[in-house]
Design a binder for this molecule. Structure first.
Ligand SMILES: *Cc1c(COP(=O)(O)O)cnc(C)c1O
Length: 405
């Protein structure tokens, strides 16, 4: 097994990696070379929306691989038009720009918002309002947008043009948005890395009204919440408050690097020829897989099933927090974007789950994220719960006392 955490590794030491290397996957399962099997509720951090080795995705990738991989955006790419039409058909958007990642989708969103004001006679509108605890990516602009000290430290001055507000501080928002230099408000409908912290639907509606009053654009970062993760195609659709611009990635490629910036006609028309670009963005391989993901996620009844499975999972977890309040205290999130607020350090809980054969992801606010593939079945949820219960019990003084009694 590769020892990627060893000091001699030729890899940048930017990640604390678990000492596990997977050889293959199937649906919700991942398997190591030596045959150990894990239930994957990390999902490559909300990326593997359809699990591992989904036959429809594998076929789409293979078919395209034998035709053409890459041609650049100097030529027509029919798969882009088809995927863009379907994304627009399933959302508020009129136009799409394709990228390879979430951070790049955000970069496009930020540029689009500023450029919109620039072409509409308000070039001074450049400031993007964001919220504490937000995560928008790791490029210089997106760490400045997120504003978290731990991601900014040592990388020079934070870029100007971003202002963080306290999460849920409506008065601060009302004051800040009245400034004449504000271009847009950027917000995750549910903070992912920040600890699965949802914005109440009525707040999104209020935010939309406030933006309209002030001529400010509304940008949603749905990189983690999009493509059915919360039981709607995009999470904002639970509230009905549509944005002007939306960044999408993660689940959109089901594991193939793909992102997209969606926008209204009014915003996208500001991005004229030559104003933005990407060498790889929207290449034929990515488009083949992206379209294959949508074949499944947009199927009639698919999202209903996600919502049903999510209810089962959440109820089972809620019962666990009742039984073991010394380890877990709250279940958060929407659909299959699930957060388990830990009482013990969240890293200990992730390790205990791994020990019990289930992979999960830590998040801020001492939360553990449970992000199963959207295709997880009720039987698999029950099996996941067995492993989660085993993990929790191993950390619960209560359950140890009961056993020894
Ligand atoms: C993961 C994530 C990003 C960054 O996406 P990358 O593909 O890693 O660049 C941005 N915003 C949110 C909400 C995310 O969860």
């Amino acid at each position: 097994m590769p020892q990627e955490t060893q000091p001699s590794s030729p890899i940048y030491p930017t990640y604390n990696r678990a000492d596990l290397a997977f050889e293959r996957g199937q649906g919700v399962w991942l398997e190591t070379r030596d045959g150990r099997r894990f239930m994957d509720c990390a999902g490559g951090v909300a990326v593997n929306a359809l699990g591992h080795a989904h036959p429809h995705l594998v076929q789409a990738l293979k078919d395209q691989a034998e035709k053409v991989w890459h041609v650049s955006n100097l030529f027509e790419i029919p798969g882009q038009r088809r995927l863009a039409e379907r994304l627009c058909g399933a959302s508020f958007a009129d136009k799409v720009f394709f990228t390879n990642s979430g951070a790049e989708a955000l970069e496009c969103a930020i540029k689009t918002a500023r450029r919109y004001h620039y072409v509409n006679g308000a070039p001074e509108r450049t400031t993007i309002l964001t919220f504490e605890g937000a995560f928008h990516g790791r490029t210089l602009a997106t760490i400045s947008a997120g504003g978290q000290a731990k991601y900014l430290e040592g990388f020079g001055p934070k870029l100007p043009g971003f202002k963080q507000l306290r999460f849920g501080d409506h008065d601060a928002l009302r004051l800040a948005i009245a400034e004449p230099d504000v271009a847009a408000v950027l917000i995750e409908p549910i903070q992912g890395e920040g600890g699965i912290r949802p914005v109440p639907p009525q707040c999104l509606t209020g935010l939309r009204e406030l933006c309209d009053e002030r001529g400010v654009l509304l940008i949603y970062d749905e990189v983690q919440t999009g493509i059915g993760r919360t039981g709607r195609f995009y999470a904002y659709q639970h509230s009905g408050a549509a944005p002007d611009i939306l960044a999408s990635a993660k689940g959109i490629g089901g594991g193939f690097p793909l992102g997209a910036c969606l926008a209204t006609e009014a915003c996208a028309s500001a991005m004229t020829a030559g104003t933005h670009g990407s060498t790889y963005g929207g290449n034929p391989l990515a488009m083949a897989v992206g379209n294959a993901v949508l074949d499944i996620v947009l199927e009639d009844g698919f999202l209903d099933k996600v919502r049903d499975t999510a209810i089962l999972f959440k109820q089972s977890l809620a019962s666990l927090t009742d039984r073991c309040p010394d380890v877990v205290q709250e279940v958060r999130g929407q659909g299959l974007l699930i957060g388990l607020k830990a009482v013990v350090p969240n890293g200990d809980l992730v390790a205990a789950f791994r020990e019990a054969g289930l992979l999960s992801v830590p998040a801020g606010d001492n939360v553990v994220r449970i992000l199963p593939p959207l295709i997880i079945t009720p039987e698999e949820v029950r099996e996941a719960m067995d492993r989660i219960e085993t993990g929790v019990a191993s950390l619960s003084a209560e359950s140890r006392r009961q056993k020894s009694a």
